[in-house]
Design a protein around this ligand. Structure first.
Ligand code: KIV
Length: 284
């Protein structure tokens, strides 16, 4: 069992005030959560990207609250001390403040989360405010927001043009004023991120492919270890090829079963001779 101290919002703000960057990773299952807890990761996001990485959909839109709660509960069991963020799935918050508060409340009550995250700028500020007013820490998500990928015209960098960069900066301020404790910037140019971080008064700015000048960094776990077969985003750093290790092991197993080199005596259980003799007598 981990003897780490519980990471809270206070811990995160304290790190930022000392200029110590915050580490944040996605995670969707118990064993990986255990390793992330042991490794000293500060924050975990149970992202609706699980629709792609764990459930094999082409995007995140089919993911339900039930999917999210089930995976988030498993992650919490493996990482009791990490700051745990539940990602609000498509249409769990867009329709109304009431939907937003009810579903954010489910993450807190049923999965023991520390905060929720939702996508969108100014238009979603009332949702953030309603959730925060209900006593639930909320995290915004700007830039490339996968739930709106159709409207954004694909998975591409957001804010390269001056007007769009200004829009992202205005959105960040609106979310902060609505009470967001943190804002994730995904695929936003580095200098725009630096300006948003500089302008943030009471809100931590996190970067996913958005440069070093934020309060912390987020990576997608499956991209770090070659575990997502369909593509690897340019911004991801690969820390090891677990996908290759697993594929090699599976192929070796299939071959060994086929050529009868598996199993070996250490892979099975035996019965003592006298018990076996008794068994044969019983059967006779
Ligand atoms: O669902 C997710 O993992 C996310 C990241 C892409 C930030 O929202």
């Amino acid at each position: 069992m981990s003897d780490r101290k519980k990471v809270t919002l206070r811990t995160l703000f304290s790190k930022a005030s000392k200029n110590e960057p915050i580490s944040w990773l996605t995670c969707y299952d118990y064993p990986t959560a255990h390793f992330q807890e042991e490794a000293g990761i500060d924050m975990i996001l149970v992202g609706d990207s699980l629709g792609m990485t764990m459930l094999g959909y082409d995007g995140t839109l089919p993911v339900t609250m039930e999917d999210m709660i089930r995976h988030t509960q498993a992650v919490r069991r493996g990482s009791p001390n990490v700051f745990l963020v539940g990602d609000m799935p498509y249409m769990s918050y867009q329709p109304s403040n009431e939907d937003a508060v009810r579903n954010a409340g489910r993450f807190m009550a049923e999965a023991n989360c520390d905060a929720i995250k939702l996508e969108g700028g100014k238009a979603m500020a009332p949702r953030i405010k309603a959730i925060v007013d209900a006593g639930i820490p909320a995290i915004g998500h700007l830039g490339l927001t996968p739930q709106s990928v159709a409207a954004l015209g694909g998975f591409r960098v957001q804010g390269r043009g001056a007007a769009q960069a200004k829009q992202i900066m205005d959105d960040a301020k609106a979310l902060e004023e609505a009470g967001a404790s943190l804002i994730l910037l995904e695929m936003v140019p580095d200098r725009v991120t630096a300006m948003i971080t500089e302008a943030a008064d009471n809100c931590l700015i996190m970067s996913l492919g958005s440069g070093p000048d934020a309060h912390g960094q987020l990576l997608i776990y499956h991209d770090m270890f070659g575990l997502y077969p369909k593509f690897k985003p340019k911004m991801a750093k690969v820390y090891g090829n677990a996908g290759e290790v697993i594929l090699n092991g599976l192929t070796a197993y299939a071959n060994e079963v086929s050529d009868k080199t598996f199993p070996q005596p250490e892979n099975w259980f035996t019965i003592k001779d006298d018990e076996f003799d008794d068994l044969k007598k019983l059967l006779n």
